[in-house]
Design a binder for this molecule. Structure first.
Ligand code: TYD
Ligand code: MG
Length: 487
């Protein structure tokens, strides 16, 4: 039996370890230290963070010519002789998922799929498991949350003919999971979810920081050792991350987050971290009776719902990953007597909103000091970058003035502090997308418009170049069809 475990304190925000408890961590977080037990150093100098039939690093015979885990403690090799893992990816058979992963699952990689309970993580991963079992070999799906029967009934909804080599293990004990893994040596391992798994070596409850860390470490070692991709499901709460999974984020190669509104069907998958691909790709799905369906044209899905002809609603476009995405920005201003008017933003950074409101005030003369301002980026999307700035300012202006923005007009561009409209990348692709979705005019930074004109760019939309926010507001007011009552 192992020696007595020592106590260390670990920051649940950044993973920093300290022998003493600290009120404030070096990362600046307060009261973030949690106590955890670690096993003392092994004679080979490696700290043991869990137990199991694998992972002792002792060179025990595990087939394939010695311990694959032992390989981790290997010698330095010339970098140029290391094979590129990029060439060796396992397709999940779900194009939207593969794209977010950067082209499929890299062998030996550890992926964390996080999301709120009930969002569809198990469904997504079961669909991928069925595909991988058909195309690449056996899949071991370990569930600590549901029984085999429950998983079977979900599988019946998504697939008529289940492959023989999709194996389900309802288990929470890591030692047994490792044993089963080693016996089976599957092509893909799924752990659903990490919060339910525990290692016998620790006394703490499943889901505690120390358990999650030990289990995460153990999974990484077997994944890397056997070059098997491992996917770990983790639950997070609406208000943010749970303490546990956050502590393994630095350990895993890829962190995927699956979001959406439970009462709506649309689900968005994005990579918060990806050692093997870009982090700005998004994948879109729709939850339906037969599992998750891929949404190839997300812009179209948003446009169907767009409430054009309403005050405070403006279409914009962002470039996410490798494709343009058309979105609707909604703004509402409401008079208030409070000294500090309310600023609420869903889908964009509050600091960005405050900056845009300040530019509206100083450069356009629209004073909102006695107005609450609410912003919503429709569809649960959080666009990265600054492309939506212009539409945001126009939506606020439209709501405040009670003006209905013209229909089928889209606007995008970054707003600078002097009120200038600055270029954003991939304007040409956004224009083509806008044209294909039936937009009449696109308002964009004047410099971009000039550049496109010079390069002989042709698209089936009117291009309205605007140099400043004031310019944009004048143009949009000129296009406005029916100014409604003044407030
Ligand atoms: P699930 O994958 O169990 O979520 P998670 O693992 O993230 O907790 O999915 C839960 C919800 O999805 C559940 O409320 C039922 C719904 N659902 C469908 O609408 N269609 C389906 O085909 C399936 C399998 C689930
Ligand atoms: Mg689940």
């Amino acid at each position: 039996m192992a020696k007595k475990a020592a106590t260390v304190f670990m920051c649940r925000e950044c993973g920093y370890e300290s022998p003493q408890w600290m009120g404030k961590c070096i990362c600046g977080a307060w009261n973030s230290m949690v106590e955890m037990k670690v096993q003392p150093e092994k004679p080979d100098g490696r700290r043991r963070t869990g137990s199991g039939t694998l992972g002792t690093g002792s060179g025990a015979d595990t087939g394939r010519g010695g311990s694959p885990i032992g390989k981790l403690a290997g010698r330095p090799v010339p970098l140029r002789r290391v094979s590129s893992s990029d060439t060796d990816r396992l397709g999940t058979g779900i194009a939207e998922l593969d794209r977010v992963l950067g082209g499929g699952l890299v062998r030996g990689s550890l992926t964390l799929l996080s999301g709120e309970p009930g969002i569809g993580k198990s469904t997504l991963i079961l669909q991928a498991a069925v595909n991988i079992a058909r195309s690449s070999g056996s899949v071991l799906y370990v569930s600590g949350e549901e029984s085999e029967e429950q998983i079977r009934s979900r599988a019946d909804r998504i697939c008529d003919d289940l492959p023989e080599n999709l194996l389900i293990l309802a288990e929470t004990n890591m030692e047994n999971i490792l044993l089963q893994f080693e016996t089976l040596k599957p092509a893909f391992l799924i752990i659903d979810s990490i919060q339910t798994m525990y290692s016998e070596e620790l006394d703490s409850a499943p889901g505690s920081v120390s358990q999650v860390r030990v289990v995460g470490n153990e999974l990484m070692r077997i994944g890397k050792g056997y070059e098997t991709p491992v996917l770990i499901v983790a639950h997070v709460t609406k208000s943010g991350e749970l303490a546990g999974p956050k502590t393994v984020e630095h350990l895993v190669d890829t962190v995927l987050s699956f979001t959406g509104e439970r009462h709506q069907d649309l689900r968005i998958l994005r990579a918060a971290k990806n050692r093997f691909g870009a982090t700005n790709e998004i994948g879109a799905f729709e939850m339906c009776e037969e599992g998750l369906r891929e949404v190839r044209n997300l812009s179209e899905a948003f446009m169907e719902d767009m409430d054009s002809g309403a005050e405070g609603s403006v279409a914009t476009a962002v470039y996410e990953g490798t494709r343009p995405l058309i979105l609707e920005v909604q703004a509402l201003t409401a008079p208030t007597n409070m000294n500090f008017p309310r600023r609420t933003a869903v889908g964009i950074d509050l600091g960005r909103l405050n900056m845009i409101l300040a530019v509206l005030e100083r450069r356009v003369g629209v004073s909102l000091y006695n107005q609450d301002v609410y912003i919503n980026i429709v569809g649960g999307i959080r666009p990265g970058g600054t492309s939506a700035d212009l539409a945001l300012a126009l939506a606020v202006y439209s709501s405040y003035k009670g003006l209905v923005p013209p229909e089928r007009v889209l606007s995008f561009g970054e707003i600078g502090l002097t009120g200038e409209i600055r270029s954003v990348p991939h304007a040409d692709k956004i224009l083509r997308e806008a044209a294909s979705l039936g937009f009449r005019s696109v308002m964009l930074p004047a410099k971009t418009a000039e550049r496109l004109k010079k390069s002989g760019f042709k698209a089936d939309v009117e291009i309205l170049g605007v140099a400043t926010l004031r310019d944009a507001i004048d143009k949009i007011s000129g296009l406005t069809r029916k100014p409604s009552k003044k407030r």
